[in-house]
Design a binder for this molecule. Structure first.
Ligand SMILES: Nc1nc2c(ncn2[C@@H]2O[C@H](COP(=O)(O)OP(=O)(O)OP(=O)(O)O)[C@@H](O)[C@H]2O)c(=O)[nH]1
Ligand SMILES: [Mg+2]
Length: 329
């Protein structure tokens, strides 16, 4: 076995859905080494015509809501329906709590063994600290490999949801049963992003409580601006562990996608997301390039310090820094 793969090896492996090469391709994409970046860019260009055909599903919920269990059960259901399923997990807590990702692996054991599934936990340490995330590029690799459903798990901590929302077609919010007080605590942002809500861990004993949560959520949704015209966000109930209520999630996702394709928002959203990503990368690359220059890097640190120590207004500091940046060229 060759240790160093050529561009063609990666392409062939991706086309053949070779899980080992898929994993290596994602590692390549995640690498920050300039020589890897070059091959990675080339690879992304080559596979572009093979991408775009999957349904990209974001799944969020508080730690322990049952996201991984849901993905395991839902993934198997989708495979029974003839789909190929890839799972990417973004876990901002993983740099602090390393247990989580290992836990995910064991929780998705059966799905991981399925030849029609591919699971990839992404290391995201520092992900929210400004280091560019590559989940979207990993998603493209999976798409090029012919996966029909790409499920992206993220812990409900705010910023990561926005990032996942910006790369997916459907956003699923997993909720556990809770009374009124807890509902108050639901971040409005998540409710605004959700296309579908699934109340998990429902069994015959807590069914009536689940129904109460359902009606409270339904009521709360009335006060939230409709994200998708003609789509009333369904609040479904069931159990990821007992595999109940999942058929309905599957059907509703298909309905949602059909609606978006019919009214044109499916493509429009993706184009909009691409525009945002372009702008994100421009900012990212400008900063990176600036930091390669010793003088500019020092100046960046100085302005950052002035801003963070509340000595002056951050936007003025940023503006001064950018002026230096362009004078330099
Ligand atoms: N009773 C019951 N337990 C469930 C159900 N779904 C998940 N669990 C349990 O809840 C616990 C947490 O499930 P996970 O799937 O790991 O939850 P998660 O949201 O992925 O958690 P993090 O990745 O840590 O944020 C596990 O012990 C699961 O077995 C369910 O439908 N019913
Ligand atoms: Mg999990």
């Amino acid at each position: 076995m060759k240790s160093k793969l050529s561009l063609q090896d990666y392409i062939n492996g991706i086309r053949a859905s070779d899980k080992r090469i898929l994993g290596k391709a994602i590692t390549l994409i995640e690498s920050k080494k300039p020589e890897h970046r070059q091959v990675a860019d080339q690879l992304l260009k080559e596979i572009l015509p093979l991408t775009g055909k999957s349904i990209r599903i974001g799944i969020t919920g508080v730690p322990g809501a049952g996201k991984s269990t849901f993905i395991e059960s839902f993934g198997k259901l989708a495979i029974e329906q003839g789909k190929k399923v890839a799972v990417l997990a973004i876990d901002p807590s993983s740099s602090i709590n390393k247990g989580s990702i290992l836990g995910d692996k064991t929780r998705m054991e059966e799905l991981a063994k399925d030849p029609n599934a591919f699971i990839r936990p992404s290391p995201s340490s520092g992900f929210l600290g400004g280091i560019a995330n590559t989940t979207f590029e990993s998603l493209l690799i999976c798409e090029a490999s012919g996966f029909d459903y790409i499920l992206i798990e993220t812990v409900g901590v705010g910023q990561s949801e926005t990032l996942v929302n910006d790369i997916t077609d459907v956003f699923l919010f997993l909720k556990i049963i809770g009374g009124g007080d807890e509902l108050q605590g639901i971040k409005r942002g998540i409710m605004e992003m959700a296309d579908l809500i699934f109340i998990n861990k429902v069994n015959p004993e807590n069914l009536s409580k689940a129904k109460m949560t359902k009606s409270e959520l339904t009521r709360a949704l009335q006060f939230i601006t409709q994200k998708e015209k003609g789509w009333k966000v369904p609040v479904l109930i069931g159990s990821a562990l007992e595999k109940t209520g999942l058929d309905e999630v599957f059907t509703r996702i298909e309905d949602f996608i059909s609606l978006k394709k019919q009214n044109g928002t499916f493509l429009a959203t993706r184009k909009n997301q691409a525009q945002k990503r372009f702008e994100f990368w421009v900012r990212e690359f400008i900063l990176e390039k600036a930091k390669q220059d010793h003088q500019l890097e020092n100046s960046f640190q100085q302005h950052l310090k002035n801003a963070s120590e509340l000595l002056s207004n951050p936007s003025s500091e940023a503006s001064e820094f950018v002026q230096k940046l362009f004078r330099k060229e």
